[in-house]
Design a protein around this ligand. Sequence first.
Ligand code: ATP
Ligand code: MG
Length: 206
Amino acid sequence: MGDTLLKIGICGGTFDPIHTGHLAVAELVRCEYGLDRVLFIPSGMPPHKSLEDVTAPVHRLNMVKCAVGSNSSFEAMAIEIERSGYTYTVDTLKELHRRYPEGTEFNYIIGADVLLDLLTWRNAREVFKLTDFIAVMRPGFSDEAFNKRLAELKREYEINIRSFEIPLLDISSTFIRDRIKAGKSVKYLVKEEVEEYIIKNKLYQQ
Ligand code: ATP
Ligand code: MG
């Protein structure tokens, strides 16, 4: 028997809706780092977005379920939307530590936008003790800013963070929502099951 400690990847986000960028990043990272599972955790209602701006949590969760169904290493987790109001990552991580065996390794997967924002997270220093991070680039961000922040986080915050180079994927949920609003196709930008769910529930049309 080899190393039996679990390696878990965490993908947190609004997932409004989940798109192929999210899925491709998670799968590339999972393979690169030999993760046993990747948990997709849709957020509750984010404090910085007003209620009308964000689709109901149940729809966002259902779309994540549709999207991850075909990958046995992926899992949709309702942990944040089951609680009332917004859940902070620090609380989610504490709950995950309770649910998983001692010694489980957590790797929070983040894009460049989130990397640059990381120090604004509630109880950031505590978060950094509860999970490692894997950061990937996103279009629209400079390598310079990305690498500078990465070095700063390692140096000054003792955060265990790695970066992983992926083919840049210029897809965002905002782009998907805008296309649907304009009556344009989002085929191949989201999984077919997600597209069907969006159509059936008339999401993002106005
Ligand atoms: P929105 O446009 O609504 O902000 P989004 O596409 O940024 O949506 P989120 O749910 O906000 O999606 O992002 C969740 C996580 O996935 C974040 O860490 C974000 O950086 C990452 N992410 C999303 N899209 C990509 C992408 N194309 N490449 C790399 N990382 C991504
Ligand atoms: Mg975003």
